[in-house]
Design a protein around this ligand. Structure first.
Ligand code: NAP
Length: 280
């Protein structure tokens, strides 16, 4: 039976540490770390994410602002808001919730965020810093995976690490962080030949595809560590990962559940990045 990597528990531990650090930060500096979250339109999933981020800020004692803009917001209006948040001394981190309505240019907005306040680490300046291994912020989900590994005493050094998925948000930075941690990294995608055989080589398998129960027992080596980043909604509304948990759990040495694995870590890493930004 695999060891369950409990993202809820690890996330709660890290948030408690951030709360303590925030209290000492306030004593030392006289102000709080501040996060601004911008949401445009009424996408229900985005609204839930934004509410959770606000609640997480309150939990650790941060100052936070949520800017809810109507779907009819123009590029100029959104740019102007980002400019004002860049200039606002109370705000150390800015997060624009994606996806934006189709008429808005996401790249233009992300490029406009001051890299020093880019707590999502999506700005090309921060992406480049991650590439060279000299970074201030790490993208929240891959950083969450690294924290889960570290706190479960799983060291990627020298191990064969396979990442399925090559998105800019998860797969690519995930591969880079595993490489920085001295893993031997392979990145797979929809054009990978004989995916199952490549995955069976993995000592650490990180799955970020977006397809429910895609990874079965035939894709996992006995004793592998399996990290499931996927978040998929079943027809009955239940959340499920990219890994067939029931099939893979008996083979793996450690595995993250969905929900309760990587998911809770993402916002926790956002808080960590905001504290880092405030310190700088
Ligand atoms: P994405 O941008 O859609 O990328 C999916 C990746 O999976 C692509 O690189 C794609 O390959 C690859 N892929 C798709 N089908 C495949 C197949 N049959 N075989 C091999 N590779 C395949 O998705 P994402 O943003 O990275 O997110 C991935 C999953 O993680 C989603 O379920 C998402 O909801 C979840 N997620 C969770 C969190 C969290 O906090 N837990 C955060 C972010 C994302 P190509 O490049 O060749 O198309």
């Amino acid at each position: 039976m695999a060891k369950l990597i409990d993202g809820k528990l690890i996330s709660a531990q890290i948030r408690a540490e951030i709360k303590e650090e925030t209290a000492s930060f306030l004593k030392e500096k006289g102000y709080l770390p501040g996060l601004a979250v911008v949401i445009v339109g009424e996408d229900p999933a985005s609204q839930v994410y934004v509410r959770n981020k606000k609640r997480a800020c309150e939990e650790v004692g941060f100052y936070s602002e949520v800017h809810e803009l109507p779907a009819s917001t123009t590029q100029e209006e959104l740019n102007a808001l980002v400019d004002s948040l860049n200039a606002n001394a109370k705000i150390h981190g800015i997060l624009v919730q994606l996806p934006l309505p189709k008429h808005l240019d996401e790249t233009e907005v992300l490029l406009r965020i001051d890299p020093a306040k880019d707590v999502d680490a999506f700005h090309p300046y921060n992406v480049g810093k991650i590439m060279i291994g000299d970074y201030d912020f790490l993208p929240c989900t891959p950083a969450g995976v690294m924290a889960l590994l570290e706190r479960s005493n799983i060291d990627p050094a020298g191990k064969k690490c396979v990442v399925i998925g090559r998105s800019n948000i998860v797969g690519k930075p995930m591969a880079m962080l595993l490489l920085h941690a001295n893993g031997t990294v392979t990145v797979c995608h929809s054009r990978t030949r004989d995916l199952a055989a490549v995955c069976r080589e993995a000592d650490i398998l990180v799955v970020a595809i977006g397809r429910a129960d895609f990874v079965g027992a035939d894709m996992v080596k006995e004793g592998a560590v399996v990290i499931d980043v996927g978040m998929n909604r079943r027809a009955d509304g239940k959340l499920t990962g990219d890994v067939d948990f029931a099939a893979v759990e008996p083979i793996a040495s450690a595995i993250t559940p969905v929900p309760g694995g990587v998911g809770p870590m993402t916002i926790t890493m956002l808080l960590k990045n905001t504290l880092t930004a405030a310190r700088k």
